[in-house]
Design a protein around this ligand. Structure first.
Ligand code: ADP
Ligand code: MG
Length: 230
């Protein structure tokens, strides 16, 4: 469903990603791991059309999207939760969720399923986003991406700076979405055990390149741990 071929990405004149090839199949949870600064966020931004990608291909549901603007990509069914969450602190939880419907032209509604996945948000609808804890804000950011029912959910380090109990909740939500089977998930993480527990397939990035990949039950996990530790 998401197929990336020989993708380069630049900030200005500096090349950040080189010849990335990357596949996410329908219903799969795919992990991307790598140390700080290797280019994981840049890769996700490339998928969303937020950085320059003059060379390579990005196809989504068999359509080449590399020239589409960011908003169009979201509208096609790519849900993106950026690193650091980026919820609107001055808006209420409810208003933040409603903004997630923008990509469906404001049509549609917030399904009860959202509150099945994130019960904590139901009691907080009228609170300001900024008054939530970091973990709750992360849950809100994921919920906001889910209200438009994307075909793929892209998460950039959802466990970063978050307390263990909420990391568990987020893991549980990813498992529930995976069991439903109608959405793919691309999970970027530095928390390796979290990814190993959830992903079907994993890619390892070093200095802007994919250096290893494999199905979760075939890949050499100790080797990945070593690469992440250096
Ligand atoms: N806005 C930017 N302008 C220029 N360089 C950037 C920008 N954002 C990130 N970089 C550089 O791109 C490289 C990859 O960063 P990033 O994609 O954020 O890595 P990761 O998400 O793996 O930690 C780093 O060397 C970083 O300094
Ligand atoms: Mg990052």
């Amino acid at each position: 469903m998401l197929k990336i071929k020989d993708l380069d990405a630049y900030y200005g004149e500096s090349i950040i990603l080189r010849k990335i090839c990357f596949d996410v199949k329908p219903g799969q949870v795919v992990g991307l791991v790598g140390r700080n600064g290797v280019g994981k966020t840049t890769f996700l931004k490339s998928i969303m059309g937020l950085v320059a990608t003059p060379y390579g291909e990005i196809s989504f549901n068999d359509k080449n999207i590399i020239k589409e603007i960011s908003y169009k990509r979201a509208k096609m069914g790519i849900g993106y939760v950026p690193q650091g969450r980026e919820i609107f602190p001055q808006l209420t939880v409810y208003e933040n969720l409603i903004l997630g419907l923008e990509v469906c032209d404001g049509k549609g509604q917030i399904d009860d399923e959202i509150f099945t996945l994130f019960p904590v948000l139901k009691d907080m609808l009228s609170r300001k986003g900024g008054d939530l804890s970091g973990g709750q804000q992360q849950q809100l950011a994921i919920a906001r991406a889910l209200v438009s029912k994307p075909h793929i959910l892209i998460l950039d380090e959802p466990t970063e700076g978050i307390q263990p109990s909420i990391i568990k909740d987020i893991g549980r939500v990813i498992k529930m979405l995976k069991e439903k089977g109608n959405m793919s998930i691309l999970l970027v993480e530095q928390y390796l055990d979290f990814v190993l527990d959830l992903a079907d397939y994993i890619y390892i990035m070093e200095k802007g390149e994919i250096v290893e990949k494999g199905a979760i039950d075939e890949i050499d996990k100790d080797n990945i741990k070593k690469k992440m530790a250096i």
